[in-house]
Design a protein around this ligand. Structure first.
Ligand code: ZN
Length: 654
């Protein structure tokens, strides 16, 4: 581990004073995942500042809860008066709720974030800058039967060793007591057993570089070891089955993120992985994201998840005090022998955070084993953190109303433009992860992001279709919503004059490709969450027009396909419905000239022509998207085999 301090960068930050440098070195810590992961760790700086009224006072700028060190800004630090914090540290006891109230009351800016729960500890450490991390090497050293001895052997008297104490007031109090009796002469840091490391200094650089130096020494004390590696084998139906079981245990759909890297596969195949992986987290606050332990998947994937849920319920009842509510009993990650590590989350971001922690956990457990045995905290200590009122509140902070399709995976064909594009975007707005298929390469830029993926696919090529479905499952863990939309308008011609190629091409693209896409999706839809297939038909099915045989027959065929599929898939809880749009003119197919020509043919203005329906309204691509999102959601949970018009009312079909 080397210091990332850079004089030029530091000079820029120094223009903003002590707080600027505090932001700078906090970000340096956050840049290295071996030091802190996702919201872990905290930092502070003590300053003397004039308040709004010109009175000088001692303040501590302490990292606010909900901020990440890697991306923190000055606004992420809560300016808090030192005097009340020091007074609080002299209390014999203090409840969590009272502590948070008093921390907030001590802030000089009521709009600042709530100070870290370690604020009092930072305040009692008699140094200007204080840094705290959960460095992998330090937790490997301390999560160990001889941990305290090893720490002393490595650091000598340069650190004080604090046995595990639950973070918050009790820990701050213990450290304050320790400081009252021990001199800090020559001491550079505190090692908190099973938790992490504090360092301090007169300058931002000194505190940061002490952290780097101590962690480097801890690293060199951990024997060199090579993490196990292996080649993962694929099991896509198995992955979808696992995601379905976890979603059921959680009572809400989750995305599953598979880490099939050689390291993940290697860890999953360790002979004693079931014993190793289930001893506990690296540092207690990981349990908020990962739960205490992962599920270790056996032969029967679903049964393993159910067994995990039963054991989780028992764990809750072993430790719960009256008034506590059990969290969902589903695992947040799983070790899947031979396949790798799988992390779950309602969003891609949530699953990615869990995946990151899981990867570091797997590596650090092996390091600690090489050091003489991985020993995590007692179950009761982890429970105290997992069910800690303040930690629950921290998670709730980020919680907003859940979008209706959150955690769901949708596949939309023909999505580069027009109706398909609108469907994909509306499903995404409703919270679904969306994979968009099109032969037009624009689909890749139209759908881009952590939970949007555009794939160029020729739907008449079955191998390409199968590969796109696998990619969907690889990326998000399964498939819940298929929207089969791709289609073409073939040139109008009376049957007498109909070109054979026109007929064949319409049936291939407007009918056969839909049957093939559905066929290859069915095995995954059967493992979906409230799974549904939605086809895009046409008003033409029930109100055909002369000269449109090739188009209308294909759409009629898709309608019949929907009805048969609804019959076949109902026993598997897969709903199949069709939507019949009409007169959607906001697509590329309809140029202003084409609209003008068609309107004139009926002796209408373009405006009249666009609203040629009973309700005299214009139908847009977005209207179709909104209907599809409804049909994919709970309102249609018990509807299958239905044909839904979105046409403003048509006297030929009502
Ligand atoms: Zn900590």
């Amino acid at each position: 581990m080397t210091s990332l301090w850079n004089d030029d960068e530091a000079r820029t930050w120094a223009a903003q004073g002590d707080l600027g440098l505090r932001v700078y070195t906090s970000r340096l810590l956050g840049r290295d995942p071996r030091l802190v992961l996702h919201g872990g760790g905290n930092t502070s700086v003590k300053v003397r500042e004039a308040d709004f009224f010109g009175h000088e006072q001692d303040l501590i700028y302490i990292k606010g809860s909900g901020w990440d060190l890697a991306t923190i800004e000055a606004a992420g630090f809560a300016p808090t008066r030192m005097e009340p914090l020091l007074r609080l540290s002299r209390f014999a006891s203090l409840s969590d709720a009272d502590m948070v109230t008093q921390l907030r009351a001590a802030m000089t800016d009521p709009m600042a974030p709530t100070p870290s729960i370690e604020a009092i500890l930072h305040a009692v450490l008699p140094a200007k800058f204080v840094d705290h991390t959960h460095a992998n090497a330090v937790v490997a050293l301390t999560n160990n039967p001889q941990g305290a001895d090893r720490v002393r052997a490595v650091f000598g008297t340069r650190v004080l060793v604090v046995p595990y104490i639950m973070p918050g007031f009790v820990l701050a109090k213990a450290v304050a007591d320790l400081l009252a009796e021990k001199s800090l002469e020559g001491v550079e840091g505190l090692v908190l057993m099973h938790h992490g490391l504090f360092t301090w200094g007169d300058t931002a650089r000194e505190s940061y570089e002490r952290m780097i130096a101590l962690v480097s020494e801890a690293e060199s004390a951990v024997p060199a070891f090579t993490p196990a590696t292996a080649t993962a084998t694929d099991d896509w139906i198995g992955l979808a089955t696992l995601r379905q079981a976890v979603s059921q245990a959680k009572g809400a759909p989750v995305l599953a993120r598979l880490d099939a890297s050689p390291e993940a596969a290697g860890f999953s195949l360790l002979p004693d992985v079931a014993r190793l992986a289930t001893r506990g987290p690296l540092t207690p606050d990981h349990s908020i994201r990962t739960k205490r332990v992962p599920a270790v998947i056996g032969e029967d994937v679903a049964a393993t998840v159910q067994a995990f849920a039963a054991e989780y319920d028992a764990y809750f009842h072993r430790h719960a005090t009256p008034g506590q509510t059990r969290l969902p009993a589903a695992p947040n990650w799983a070790v899947w022998p031979g396949r790798g590590l799988v992390s779950f989350g309602a969003t891609v971001k949530e699953a990615a955070i869990v995946a990151d922690i899981a990867g570091h956990t797997a590596a650090t457990i092996q390091a600690a084993e090489a050091l003489g045995g991985w020993q995590a905290l007692l179950e009761a200590d982890i429970f105290a953190i997992e069910y800690w009122e303040l930690e629950q509140a921290k998670l709730r902070q980020g919680a907003t109303a859940r979008p209706t399709l959150q955690g769901k995976v949708a596949l939309v064909s023909g999505a580069a433009a027009g109706i398909g594009h609108a469907i994909g975007k509306v499903l995404h707005e409703h919270g679904a992860a969306v994979v968009a298929l099109d032969i037009n390469p624009e689909v890749t830029t139209a759908f881009q992001g952590p939970d949007q993926l555009g794939l160029v696919v020729d739907l008449t090529n079955q191998d390409a279709v199968k590969a796109a479905i696998i990619e969907t499952v690889r990326r998000f863990g399964g498939l819940d919503i298929l929207v089969s939309n791709a289609g073409i308008f073939t040139a109008g011609a009376n049957i007498e004059d109909l070109d054979d190629a026109n007929w064949t091409r319409s049936l291939l693209l407007n009918l056969t490709s839909h049957e093939q896409l559905l066929k290859h999706c069915i095995p995954f839809l059967k493992k979906g969450i409230d799974a549904t297939a939605i086809f895009v038909g046409s008003r033409n099915v029930r109100a055909p027009g002369a000269g449109a045989a090739s188009y209308s027959c294909a759409k009629a065929g898709v309608t019949q396909l929907t009805r048969v599929a609804a019959l076949e898939l109902a026993p598997h809880n897969v709903r199949v419905n069709i939507i019949h749009p009409d007169a959607v003119f906001d697509t590329k197919l309809w140029t202003p000239e084409a609209l003008q020509r068609s309107a004139e043919r009926y002796g209408l203005t373009v405006e009249q022509y666009k609203k040629r329906n009973l309700m005299k309204c214009e139908i847009t691509s977005r209207d179709i998207g909104l209907m599809v999102a409804s049909m994919a959601g709970p309102a249609f949970a018990k509807t299958t085999g239905a044909q839904i018009p979105v046409d403003g009312g048509n006297d030929r079909t009502i």
